[in-house]
Design a binder for this molecule. Structure first.
Ligand code: PLP
Length: 353
């Protein structure tokens, strides 16, 4: 006897399949230990946060700090356990029935499909072309279908690393005024491009951001939504009452207090990325596109998979992102820190002999 939802029976539980290596350049994480930066503030906040209570003033302080950082009102903020968790709950909030689907680009963040399946939401995709552009009319007409309950755009996009054209984004948002549009700004601090300032103009816009990349806190699991106060009210209806641990809230607040230190590291990461990009351009056989994120996606043609395996023997894990035809034979390397990037360059040179 099967005890659960019928569509779950054939589903696999989510699992990340990346190699374990000394230099993890595969998940767009940072080498930085955030506790070293925030420990004094974290201690201070935890000392006055009542761990024996459900409610704490820290929640309000954190919401206000996020609002200040994003440049919006506190009522326009909803935080949760990572961008993933907020994406999942957005899917819960939009799904009507088994015919409901979300429109997204491909290739894009793989887990849109994973989490959509978990809540019984279908996904339909519009393919990127080789320059990472796409047919706007095709996207808009798919998103306008009655069963489309959400349009998703990842900006900058993972795993391609490119920014979408802002006027294209605005055109899409305006063309589908009666559907929610998720713009995933997980890599915002690296691109410095955001639609947050245009929320007043676009009542259907829902922006999600993360502390996993620029704030070096992937294990912390913290992210936030920025949208209209009305949309935030609706999204709260699918969250549990005390959804984010006080520990995580205190840590996130301490990160925001020290954000200048993290943003300085972001600037250094961008400089390392640009230097690596120019270096890779000069390597024979490599094709690489510039990126607005903390990673670069490149190809060594048919040798890519051999390179991937060789790098593992050198203690370096990259991500194979070649599943979609547009990125056939492509690998993604995270700009985790200078030491990792130097080791990657040395290993690549050795591989090429
Ligand atoms: C585009 C995109 N969205 C969301 C996430 C998940 O972020 P979080 O760690 O905050 O759940 C990632 C992580 O790699 C990502 O690349």
């Amino acid at each position: 006897m099967y005890l659960f939802r019928k569509d779950l029976e054939q589903l696999k539980a989510p699992e990340i399949s990346v190699p374990k290596a000394e230099r993890m350049m595969c998940l767009n994480e940072s080498c930085v230990n955030p506790l070293e930066i925030v420990s004094a503030d974290f201690d201070e906040i935890m000392q006055r946060a009542p761990q024996n209570r459900y409610q704490a003033d820290v929640s309000g302080e954190l919401r206000q700090a996020l609002a200040d950082y994003a440049g919006v009102d506190a009522a326009q903020i909803l935080f949760g356990n990572g961008a993933d968790d907020l994406i999942y709950h957005l899917f819960v909030a939009v799904r009507e029935d088994a015919n409901s689907f979300a429109t997204a680009l491909a290739p894009s963040y793989f887990d849109y499909k994973t989490f959509a399946r978990e809540v019984g939401l279908q996904t339909r995709f519009v393919n990127l072309d080789r320059e990472f552009g796409f047919d706007l009319d095709e996207y808009i007409s798919l998103a306008r279908e009655a069963n489309c309950k959400l349009a998703i755009l990842c900006n900058p996009n993972n795993p391609t690393g490119n920014l979408l054209d802002m006027n294209d984004l605005r055109h899409i948002i305006r063309s589908i005024p009666d559907k929610p549009i998720l713009v995933d700004e997980t890599y915002f601090e690296y691109s410095k491009v955001s639609l947050v300032k245009e929320l007043g103009e676009f009542p259907n816009l829902i922006i999600i951001r993360s502390f996993s990349k620029a704030f070096a806190a992937a294990g912390l699991r913290f992210g936030y939504v920025v949208s209209s106060a009305e949309n935030i009210l609706q999204l709260r209806k699918v969250q549990t009452t005390f959804h984010t641990s006080l520990l995580v809230q205190a840590f996130a607040l301490a990160i925001l207090r020290n954000r200048e230190s993290f943003l300085k590291i972001v600037s250094q990461t961008i400089a390392i990325r640009d230097e690596l990009y120019h270096w890779l351009i000069g390597v024979e056989g490599i094709r690489v596109k510039n990126s607005s994120t903390n990673f670069l996606t490149f190809s060594l043609g048919e040798q890519s998979s051999e390179l991937f395996n060789y790098l593992i023997t050198q203690g370096i894990a990259l991500r194979d992102v070649g599943a979609h035809p547009v990125l056939k034979d492509h690998l993604r390397v995270t700009i985790s820190c200078m030491e990792d990037v130097e080791a990657f360059k040395i290993a690549l040179v050795k591989f090429l002999g």
